[in-house]
Design a protein around this ligand. Structure first.
Ligand code: ADE
Ligand code: ZN
Length: 326
């Protein structure tokens, strides 16, 4: 069996994928037509051709712009169901799905509409595709902590549908500590905690330290910059903090996939995992991300299997489900 075949065959978990980042150009077109939203492109291919990101900020502009077609509960259902269907074809069995409620409520789309659509897709995906999942609600770090807190409070009636909270969007000048009170309250409410510490951001090491020491996150999204600090590598390894790395995404917003850092961290015993981030924009679902790391780092079967296993180990899946896979 080749490594590509092994990647396809292994049951997998995905811990870092933004549902809004799974909006494929073709679905964007369908939703625009359904909702009477005008797109400045005449075909799905023209949408894709227009994607050109050189860094996180330029990606985020197109990412938020794309969301304007998402308006109704069936839109969110169709979005999530399309992702689950694609994930099933990659043999993904467990997904922790990020969503960005503020990107919708700030446009006038109610929280309730967003979460009901996602929830209905989760139930159908489990029943019809065998893909189980949980939601992680991300706060947008370029908005205020007050807006994040209001969103946290708005989520409480749906507490049972949300497993954890995260922090994403534009990292520059938006450190984790800005959201300390919000995350402290989220912890009190029993949410798991994670935060983006994107590759190659200014003050990355300081942001990672804040996330680990002031916020007390249980995982770091991306987080590969810890390699700059041997102390952090040792701490993250010892505390079995999961890093949710996204190599294909890195090739768009940075100068490389950072697979050499992923390999270095894997060798150091850190719980690195491979994920797709925004696969409709970066053109690579989970298996493609694993294949990229394998192609660049010439992984052994044991190393590949360890990367896949790490995701189940650091997942927040119920223990009974984790026991099935580990
Ligand atoms: N939102 C969606 N994808 C993101 C990423 N990779 N980093 C920060 N915010 C995001
Ligand atoms: Zn992300």
């Amino acid at each position: 069996m080749t490594n590509v075949q092994l990647i396809a065959a292994l049951p997998k978990a995905e811990l870092h994928v933004h549902v809004e980042g799974t909006l494929e150009p073709a679905l964007k077109f369908d939703l625009a037509a359904r909702n009477g939203v005008r797109l400045p492109y005449d075909s799905p291919q023209a949408v894709r051709d227009a994607y050109s990101f050189t860094d996180l900020t330029s990606f985020l502009v197109q990412y938020y712009d794309g969301m304007n077609v998402l308006l109704t509960e069936p839109d969110f259902y169709d979005l999530a169901m399309a992702y689950f269907t694609r994930a099933a074809s990659d043999h993904v069995r467990w997904v922790e799905l990020f969503f960005d409620p503020q990107a919708h409520t700030s446009r006038g789309v109610p929280f309730d509409i967003v979460i009901r659509g996602l929830r209905r897709a989760q139930l159908d995906a489990e029943a019809t595709l065998g893909v189980r999942s949980a939601l992680i609600m991300c706060f947008l770090r370029d908005f205020t902590p007050e807006f994040a807190m209001a969103t946290l409070l708005e989520s409480l009636p749906y507490r049972q549908w949300i497993l954890g909270v995260g922090l994403d969007s534009d990292e520059s000048d938006n450190p984790p500590a800005k959201f300390a009170a919000v995350f402290a309250r989220a912890r009190q409410e029993g949410y798991f905690l994670t935060m983006h510490c994107d590759v190659d951001q200014a003050d990355s090491i300081e942001h990672i330290r804040q996330a680990l020491h002031e916020i007390g996150v249980q995982r770091l999204d991306h987080g590969t910059n810890i390699v700059e600090s041997p102390d952090l590598v040792a701490e993250v390894g010892r505390r079995r903090i999961g890093l949710t790395c996204c190599p294909v995404s890195n090739t768009w917003v940075s100068e490389s996939s950072k697979s050499h850092l992923i390999k270095q961290l894997l060798d150091a015993g850190v719980k690195v995992t491979i994920n797709s981030d925004d696969p409709a924009y970066f053109n690579g679902y989970l298996n493609a991300n694993l294949e990229l790391v394998d192609a660049e780092q010439h992984l052994t079967r044991a190393e590949l299997t360890q990367l896949v296993r790490n995701a189940f180990e650091v997942s927040w899946a119920p223990t009974s489900l984790r026991d099935e896979w580990l």
